[in-house]
Ligand binder design. Structure first.
Ligand code: FMN
Length: 364
């Protein structure tokens, strides 16, 4: 049903400005009576960060920034949903237009700049569905004009820990000036010390809330060494690799749109993001699980991410081009791979090719 509806709606949505199409999609998801996806095959189950996922496919942050449709997305078959990025105070983000489709490349460039309805609105929605079950995480960010950005993260952890399955510290958006500097060793150590401390303070009332760190795919390997070292020392529960890239791969065909400022996502991001995932995996040495994001648009790409080191995966841009049927397609591909290799669970795939990926020539 949803597949047919989508196939009919997609040409119409693509005729709209990407941001208008997105707002309309959120409205449709909020209102339409959605069929519940079939129950997941037990072999797709993943345990990570102390949580039980019925399948490893997550909706990446940025799709449901304000927590309006997490339950609709879970019904449609996602194993988890990351709402946000939410900022403490409402903010509008950058002037429009600020989202661009690279149709020939199956890519997207965005410079939204953390447009958010703010913590109170999102908190109210997540609190209202807190007993509904399903894994719904929250991705948190600092207000653009915050005097003390670390204090923003601390405040958001305290507010959201009681209503979110996990919290992601987003310091990798390229669209808030200076935000990515928080990934540097000294700043990151201070940030994580304060954030983990805040998490410990609220654990008594909120229960244990996993804290994940989302990094940019644009770190140098020396910067990645530092980021992983700090993340391990401060005992985060996991990392997401990663956010959009400021680079523009030489293979891009939409040359004119590629000049727009902002972060690139979708298929052109797959090689870099998968390489950085494998580089992270070999540095983490099993200390915590990883979520792989960036360019997943097929079952094969999902499998490549897991073999490069992802216990879980997230996607966003491919939904613009492939629609929600992609989720079921990836599940079938994962099951087929397990059967082909006579494996009992996805955990046996994770990282199997990480070392091999790190030995390839650097993707350009
Ligand atoms: C329009 C758009 C908005 C995004 N907003 C956020 C955001 O608010 N927070 C965040 O951590 N990542 C955000 N992302 C990044 C995605 O979560 C994801 O990391 C990235 O797009 C790579 O995955 P993909 O290639 O499957 O899209 C956004 C991506 C897009 C395309």
């Amino acid at each position: 049903m949803i597949g047919l509806f989508e196939r009919l709606a997609r040409p119409f949505l693509h005729a709209l400005d990407p941001e208008d199409a997105h707002s309309l999609t959120i409205k449709m998801l909020a209102c339409a009576p959605l069929p519940r996806a079939a129950g997941d095959d037990k072999r797709l189950a993943v345990r990570a960060f102390g949580l039980n996922f019925s399948n490893p496919i997550g909706m990446a942050a940025g799709f449901d920034k304000n927590g309006e449709v997490p339950d609709a997305l879970l019904r449609l078959g996602f194993g988890f949903v990351e709402t946000g990025t939410v900022t403490p105070l409402p903010q509008r983000g950058n002037p429009r237009p600020r989202v661009f489709r690279l149709n020939a490349d199956r890519g997207v460039i965005n410079r939204l700049g953390f447009n958010s309805q703010g913590a109170e609105a999102v908190l109210r929605r997540l609190a209202a569905r807190a007993n509904a079950g399903g894994i719904v995480g929250i991705n948190i960010g600092a207000n653009k004009d915050a005097a003390d950005r670390v204090a923003d993260y601390v405040r958001l952890i305290e507010r959201f820990a009681p209503v979110a399955s996990y919290v992601t510290i987003n310091i990798s958006s390229p669209n808030t000036p200076g935000l990515r500097n928080l990934q540097q060793a000294g700043a990151l150590d201070d940030l994580l010390a304060r954030v983990i401390n805040a998490r410990e303070r609220v654990t008594r009332q909120a229960g244990p809330t996993p804290v994940l760190l989302k990094i940019a795919p644009d770190l140098s390997l020396a910067e990645l060494d530092d980021a992983v070292g700090v993340a391990r020392a401060r005992r985060v529960d996991g990392m997401i690799v990663g956010n959009t890239t400021l680079t523009r791969p030489a293979s891009l065909r939409e040359m004119k749109i590629a000049k727009e400022a902002g972060g690139l996502s979708g298929r052109p991001l797959l090689p870099l993001a998968t390489r950085m995932l494998a580089e992270t995996y070999v540095r983490v040495e099993g200390a915590f699980p990883l979520i792989g994001a960036g360019g997943i648009d097929s079952g094969a790409a999902a499998l490549a991410k897991m073999r490069a080191g992802a216990s879980l995966i997230q996607l966003y841009s491919a939904l613009v081009f492939r629609g929600l049927g992609l989720v079921a397609e990836i599940k079938s591909a994962l099951i087929a791979a397990l059967e082909r290799d006579s494996l009992d669970s996805l955990s046996e795939l994770v990282g199997a090719e990480a070392a091999a990926v790190t030995a390839e020539t650097w993707p350009h």
